[in-house]
Structure formats: structure tokens, C-alpha cells
Design a protein around this ligand. Structure first.
Ligand code: XIL
Length: 340
């Protein structure tokens, strides 16, 4: 089993039922295509294992917009080209977010009308450039805070233009590519609770007003210490019942790395639980109508954003070291083999 899974690759096991995706590592500087340009082994693993690619950073404003006048598509193009060469779908990430915006945006002291024009031009240009090649866009990302309130101060777009801009950004994205599926995306919305309820209300309202919105993305940044989100399936199903697509968009499952060291820094018990969680998530995605993809947020534990952002934790992905599959990888493969 150990060798067969990695020879076949997860994407082949998933077949037509589900897209298995990864974030293309982009921890480096804006403008650089990073591992995708430099590492043949990495390219091979991407092509063999995954049928969907998301830009980890390369399509964020910080990367695409070096100055108010300019766009730099070098790294983003490399991802879309690689996907096309290997028959992979692309998830575009992201158009309106409170993080990773370029410094010139705040420093420019733009008035509301100017910001509206900047945002509309950005969306038309970026979505238009990849029309027909990027099939799914995370149009709005993390618009709710941890208290389930719209980030009306923290998000520069919502602060300047008000919550009504949300409908406009979906409309602009739809104008630029009528075939793309347009998503809202967030973390800590795996469970049914205040935050996922807020999203449910927002998306329901947008749909009722005829705004072109098509999906809800659940990031899935999970922590072994916080327990498995038992009602994930029920939660996804209520969005499906609204007529929306769903997706797990940024899956990683972190554990404590200062516990007795095992593979990838996690001990045996954590590796086993992690494998169960990964498999369960894949089974849920297979079971929920309209859940089109499970994307893991990177390939190797060593390249994951987790240790940098959640100190003391790590080991969150499916492979480590020299692309060695972890128990979680084999569990995902098994879930895909066994699933409906
Ligand atoms: C993260 C990247 O992985 C890091 O490299 C970067 O420094 C910060 O952003 N939610 C999102 C993603 O929507 O864009 C974030 O990605 C992780 C949390």
C-alpha cells in the first residue's frame, strides 16, 4: 500500500468525484515563482498528486500590485500555466481581504470613489486575465471577525466602501468571467456556530438579491488540540441546500511539536489522530453534494505556514522530508479508494 498510493497519486484515486488540491508554496518575495520555478521534484509531486492548485500568496494584492499603476503576474501566470500543462483546475485566491494588501493602498489616502475604482479595475483585470482558466475564485476572504461581525474597520475596503461593496465585487468578478464560480471563504467556519451562521445569512441574502455568488469555502485550518468539527458535514449540507457549491480550501491539521518527537515532529498518537481526521474530512467531502474539492495548504510540513504562525505547533500536512507520505497521506488515499 505504501508505495502504490504515491505511485498512483491522490488525484487518480479521487478520480472525477473530487478535486484534491494543494496551495502552491509562495513564502518568498513577490515576483518570484519560487519552488515551482526552481524545483523539478516539487513540480513532479504537484502534477502526480493534485488536480487543483491554489496560489498560497501569489494572487494576493501584495504580490499582484507592486504599485498603483502596475500589475505583476509573473508568479501567478506560472501557476496557471503549470495547471494547464497538467490538467489541473485553479482556485484563485483572493480578491478582497484585510491582509496582505500593498503598503501603497493605505499610504495613498484615497477617497471612497478612488478606492472603488481601484478595486473594480483590479477585479476586472485579474479575473479577466484568467477568464476560462481559473474556474473558482475566493472573491471575499475572511470578511467576518472572530466575533462573527463584519470587519468593517479592519478591512480597508469595507471600512471605506461599506458592506454593500460585497455585492459589487461579486458582480464585477462575474462580469470579468461569467463562467467562474465565485466563493466566499473563511476560517473557523467548519462547525455550525456564530461565524458560519453569519456566512449563511450573508450568502442567503446575496442569493436572494440575485448577486452572482456560487460557493462557500471552508478553510479547514484545524488543530488537534481543539477537537474534530463533528458537525462539519451538517454545516456543509445546509450551504448545499441553499444551492451553493462548497469546498475545503486550505486544509491543514496541526499538532504539538514539543511533544516526544516522532515523524515530522508529531508523536505517534498525534500522527494517528491526524490521519483519522484527514480521512474523515475526505469522506465528508465525498458525501456532500456539490462539495467539489479538498485542498491542503501546502505539500511538505517543512514548508507550511503553520510553525511560523502558530508557534509550538507543526506537522500539519500530508508529507514531510523528501516527500515522504505520512500516515495522513495513506489515510486519505484509503478514504478515496473506499469512498462512494
Ligand atoms: C497564508 C500563507 O500561507 C502564508 O505564507 C502568508 O504569510 C500568510 O497567509 N487564510 C488564508 C490564506 O486565506 O491566504 C493564508 O495564507 C492562511 C489563512
Amino acid at each position: 500500500m505504501t508505495t502504490t498510493s504515491t505511485q498512483v497519486g491522490l488525484r487518480a484515486l479521487a478520480d472525477e468525484r473530487l478535486h484534491i488540491g494543494t496551495a502552491v508554496t509562495g513564502g518568498g518575495q513577490p515576483g518570484s515563482a519560487g519552488l515551482l520555478a526552481d524545483d523539478e521534484r516539487y513540480r513532479q509531486v504537484l502534477a502526480r498528486e493534485f488536480s487543483s492548485l491554489t496560489a498560497e500568496n501569489q494572487m494576493k494584492w501584495q504580490w499582484l500590485r507592486p504599485s498603483p499603476e502596475a500589475f505583476d503576474f509573473t508568479a501567478a501566470d506560472a501557476i496557471v500555466d503549470a495547471a494547464q500543462a497538467h490538467g489541473q483546475q485553479v482556485r484563485g485566491h483572493t480578491l478582497l481581504w484585510h491582509n496582505q494588501n500593498p503598503d501603497w493602498l493605505a499610504a495613498g489616502h484615497y477617497d471612497a470613489q478612488e478606492l472603488r475604482t481601484i478595486l473594480r479595475t483590479h477585479i476586472h483585470t485579474v479575473v479577466g486575465r484568467y477568464a476560462g482558466r481559473i474556474g473558482h475564485w475566493d472573491v471575499i476572504n475572511e470578511v467576518f471577525d472572530d466575533n462573527a461581525q463584519l470587519r468593517t474597520e479592519q478591512n480597508p475596503w469595507l471600512a471605506a466602501l461599506g458592506p454593500q461593496i460585497i455585492a459589487d465585487v461579486f458582480t464585477w468578478a462575474h462580469e470579468a468571467d461569467p463562467s467562474a464560480l465565485l466563493f466566499g471563504n473563511d476560517y473557523a467556519v467548519e462547525r455550525i456556530g456564530a461565524k458560519s451562521d453569519a456566512w449563511y445569512g450573508l450568502l442567503q441574502d446575496l442569493l436572494a438579491r440575485g448577486v452572482p455568488v456560487h460557493g462557500f469555502g471552508v478553510q479547514g485550518h484545524l488543530d488537534l488540540a481543539h477537537g474534530y468539527p463533528e458537525d462539519l458535514e451538517q454545516n456543509l449540507r445546509r450551504f448545499a441546500d441553499l444551492g451553493l457549491h462548497t469546498a475545503i480550501t486550505e486544509l491543514d491539521i496541526r499538532g504539538l511539536v514539543d511533544s516526544p518527537a516522532g515523524q515530522a515532529g508529531l508523536d505517534e498518537a498525534q500522527l494517528a489522530t491526524q490521519a483519522q481526521w484527514y480521512a474523515r474530512l475526505v469522506r465528508t467531502a465525498l458525501a456532500v453534494p456539490g462539495c467539489g474539492s479538498v485542498t491542503v495548504w501546502g505539500v511538505l510540513d517543512e514548508q507550511s505556514w503553520v510553525p511560523g504562525w502558530f508557534p509550538g505547533t507543526g506537522g500539519a500536512l500530508l508529507m514531510h522530508g523528501d516527500y515522504e507520505p505520512k500516515p495522513a497521506y495513506h489515510a486519505v488515499a484509503e478514504a478515496l479508494r473506499a469512498g462512494p
